[in-house]
Write a protein that binds this ligand. Structure first.
Ligand SMILES: [Zn+2]
Length: 585
């Protein structure tokens, strides 16, 4: 009886003897060493499903961990269409890395029990770079302050005059400093004195405050404080290969791929021509962003339609808003050229690339964003009533942790100040730990959907028919069983970086090819992206654009085994065999 139960339990697991997959913690952000250990645990627990490698080292000596997930038993990774996912391109956006890790954990944990996950790893490949900037993440965790991508000085190696944000009172957070100034632009808000509101244009003689980021002033002359300069302006997203147009050389680095992290990632992607789609995980905004980024960037019609379907599904699953990056930009900002990862991944490589911006604290606090541009909030223009809602939300939902109460501190340069204000790093850029898992989980479902929508080259039939004494006609019928076309994007075709579907007949010794080239090109096979919403309607003459065939006339004795291979870099590889004279299967 006990043996039977045990067997049943093993059968239920679907992978007899498999070690459990170590859980991903959601109550803190993994330090680099903890991340390294966890990734090794995962790859050791599922060696047939995941391979862990380092694609490079950071200047501070940390590995750039890169995972390849696929069922090795059904074929090598590069022979399957692929989705690549990355997290932590931006150091402070910890939740993006958590989302990438959640996806990996889900695939490893649910393989064998979840039909879609199993089908995904049996037929597709998933690449994941969970932490693009391990140096940057470690620095933000150590210092509790905002760092764009990494704490390497750029554009100037020398510190410039102005306030340098730092945790000066040693509480692990870098927030704000306020101090009284008869000509200060702020005053306390009567309904909640923690908040500051602008002093009115005609107002004088009150209790006014000046506000600065918490930090030390470089080159302080005792009177004036320069505007905060960008000390670590490097943005990895702007360091991808791109035409930089007239962009000021500020955030993009000295030249495209100058940063070792980006050079390694770009090379890893370029060496994997099977990549069809890409998602980069960021915070915040609650958005699923697609190209174009700049005015004048081309988005061919077939890609526009596919992007719309795919991003809408992402928005539906996550509750986020789907829009183009260009539509997110407002006013005069729209006119300038902005380098981004889309510029290389989509415009040049023709990869369906998406940006997910997880988490919107405003929505969480019950603030209506109707009739508001996302960027309005970003730059700090909003009614004080909304800010009060945010404060109440922090008090109620976060136990007050979202706003650091103003506390007196003797600043070595400014004298007595108060340090406090919204903790933007923990609750604005990041998802509160209590809701981290639920915030990222629906996104992993979308990634599964996205990967399953990629093209998939399959063999429909491979059959032989006698056409004379010792002569046979071999016919191979191939089809695309995926949703996207075999070329993935139209952009990939326009950029001339995908080849045709290619079929090849292997000629065994003792046989002869009488007619037909042993290797043939069959063009591209459509998927189902052009499908209408209704079937029996006028003008519907779709044909079979998902299907093609190749014929060969061979001279060979009955019983000969022939092998045919169909392949295309973005649609995968399929192989079939037949025995001459045997009944077709
Ligand atoms: Zn970001």
């Amino acid at each position: 009886m006990r043996a039977t139960l045990l067997l049943l339990a093993l059968a239920f697991c679907g992978r007899a003897g498999a070690a459990p997959v170590a859980p991903l913690p959601y109550d803190h952000i993994l330090r680099y060493d903890e991340l390294t250990t966890l990734l090794h645990h995962w790859s050791d627990a599922r060696p047939g499903l995941v391979q862990l490698e380092s694609i490079g080292k950071t200047p501070q000596g940390r590995e750039l961990w890169f995972l390849t997930l696929t069922n090795q038993a059904t074929g090598p990774a590069q022979d399957k269409p692929a989705l690549v996912v990355d997290g932590n391109m931006h150091a402070t956006e910890w939740g993006g890395g958590v989302a990438a890790l959640h996806f990996v954990h889900k695939l490893l944990d649910a393989y064998g029990s979840d039909e879609r996950v199993t089908r995904l790893l049996d037929t597709r490949t998933i690449y994941v770079l969970p932490r693009m900037t391990p140096d940057g993440v470690e620095a933000t965790l150590d210092q509790g302050r905002f760092i764009r991508s990494v704490d390497r000085p750029y554009p100037s190696a020398l510190p410039q005059a102005g306030i340098i944000p730092r945790d000066v009172n040693g509480d692990g957070r870098t927030v704000f400093m306020r101090f009284r100034d008869p000509n200060g632009p702020w005053k306390e808000y009567v309904q909640d004195k923690r908040l500051l509101v602008p002093r009115a244009p005609d107002e004088t003689g009150g209790d006014y405050w000046r506000v600065l980021p918490e930090g030390m002033i470089e080159g302080y002359d005792g009177v004036t404080i320069a505007n905060e300069p960008e000390h670590e302006a490097l943005d990895f997203g702007a360091n991808f290969p791109a035409d930089l147009g007239e962009t000021p050389n500020q955030t993009n680095g000295p030249y495209p791929t100058s940063e070792p992290e980006i050079a390694a990632y770009v090379s890893a992607i370029a060496r994997r021509p099977n990549i069809v789609a890409h998602v980069t995980c960021h915070t915040f905004g609650g958005l699923v962003l697609t190209p174009p980024v700049n005015i004048g960037e081309k988005l061919p019609e077939p890609d526009r339609g596919a992007y719309e379907t795919l991003s809408k599904r992402g928005a539906a699953l996550t509750g986020y808003q789907a829009m183009s990056y260009l539509d997110l930009r407002s006013g005069t900002d729209k006119e300038g050229y902005r380098p981004s990862a889309f510029g290389w991944l989509y415009n040049r490589r023709g990869i369906f690339s998406f940006i997910t911006e997880f988490w919107n604290p405003l929505t969480a606090a019950g603030i209506s964003l109707e009739n508001t541009l996302a960027s309005t909030w970003l730059w700090g223009y909003h009614p004080v009533e909304d800010e009060l809602k945010l404060l109440r939300w922090s008090d109620k939902e976060l136990g007050g942790d979202g706003f650091v109460a103003w506390r007196r501190f003797d600043h070595p340069q400014l004298g007595p100040v108060e340090i406090g204000g919204f903790d933007l790093i923990r609750y604005w850029f990041n998802i509160p730990f209590g809701r981290l898992e639920q915030e990222v989980a629906p996104h992993s479902d979308w990634l599964i959907y996205l990967a399953l929508a990629t093209p998939q080259l399959s063999i429909r039939s491979f059959a032989a028919e006698p056409v004379g004494e010792g002569l046979w006609r071999l016919r191979l019928v191939v089809e695309n069983t995926g949703w996207l076309p075999t070329n993935g994007t139209q952009q990939a075709l326009d950029q001339k970086i995908v080849g045709d579907v290619r079929v090849e007949l292997k000629l065994p010794t003792g046989t002869k090819l009488i007619n037909g080239e042993s290797s043939q090109q069959l063009g591209q096979l459509a998927g189902r992206t052009a499908q209408r919403s209704t079937a029996s309607w006028w003008g519907y003459t779709p044909g079979t654009p998902d299907r093609a065939f190749a014929d060969w006339i061979v001279a060979a004795p009955a019983g000969t085994v022939f092998t045919a291979i169909a392949s295309q870099e973005r649609a995968g590889k399929a192989q079939a065999e037949l025995v001459l004279g045997a009944k077709a299967k």
